[in-house]
Ligand binder design. Sequence first.
Ligand code: ADP
Ligand code: ASP
Ligand code: MG
Length: 403
Amino acid sequence: MALIVKKFGGSSVANAERVFNVANRIIDDYKKGNDVIVVVSAQGDTTDDLIEKALEINPKGTASKREMDMLLSAGEQISIALLAIAIETLGCPVKSLLGWQAGFQTDSHHSIARIKRVDTERLKNEISKKNIVIVAGFQGLNKYDDITTLGRGGSDTSAVAIAAAMKADLCQIYTDVDGVYSADPRKVPTAKKMNEISYDEMLELATLGAQVLNNRSVEMAKKYNVELEVLSSLEVKPGTIVKEIVKMEKTLIKGVAKDNNVARISIVGLEDTPGIAFKIFNKLAQYKVNVDIILQSVGRKGTKDITFTVPKDQKPQAVEAIESIKDSLNFEDISVDETISKVSIVGAGMESNPGVASKMFEALSDAGINIQMISTSEIKISVLIDAKQADKAVTAVHDAFLG
Ligand code: ADP
Ligand code: ASP
Ligand code: MG
């Protein structure tokens, strides 16, 4: 007998048939004598539809984050109840719980809250009564008793948090593909499924845009040593195990990821004197902007240009931050480009192997794709390119290393 945490994503519970499919898979494990805690996301595109509804009322998108959290958390409330009704109908004891009922305490950063702790009393109590427990993912409660959400894709993190707090034997993340692939299998037909991947490599892939797992969930799994399995909710077969140590494989590059959520900001004609970069990035930090790639180049007539990237949704804050110091900075122009994508390769083996970057650039050059910016670390190389060419770039780079 084991304690199993299972998480089902939005597409896995999108309609009545799928809800029953998931219910049956849960019941299979329960009837084998296991304790089962299930985390679910909102059905299908519910979260996006709720965002649209808010935009109908407030087209500027300036609704307060508190109210947006109140709205978006409703999606998961529907799916937990429907799944519990299905399990009840199939004759098994079940209890659905909202995030706060399941003990999720978070900080107060509405729309991107961090889990502080999971108070497991209620979960343990329901389990001891032999109930299957269905928990609403993506949500918690802050110290003012307000509902918070954990950021898009946050249900993965809810599941890992429960697995860590309850010391579960297994944490299974069910989705609409049958594991983690070397690139998005819906976009790259030659992508290969991995049997295993390390936390570090999965964390890079997730952070660089592979949405199959939320990056915070991987971070938390690594911290609390929760082994994850990513698997299909529609087919019964083994998925991909995410864990600390994986067998050394010959492949240098583990995977390729794409991120469209990037905006590039260029400040042109800055004075070429000490302290300018500090002034800019200090101000951006004060505005809580996450800066990613930074490039400084020599401009005309003894000036310099500074270009950097930020997540698209932080563009307004970034521009506001720069405008607020416009007078003391004394630059010629600021421009923003949102038609770009970041394509990255990830692999722990690249550190000790020269020639990886050149091979990536060759693949892009052969495909006629222009590189706008480059950034590297020990286990990844990212390039910024025209968004229209992103899918072509992912396939070209993937096939050069893994095809
Ligand atoms: P869920 O609703 O179950 O949380 P998501 O849509 O968040 O599902 O994540 C699953 C999707 O992630 C897949 O449908 C796939 O298109 C995409 N994906 C992107 N990169 C990868 C990858 N490297 N391996 C597997 N799936 C990937
Ligand atoms: N429903 C939320 C979202 O769409 C959380 C999740 O799916 O994990 O982002
Ligand atoms: Mg997801």
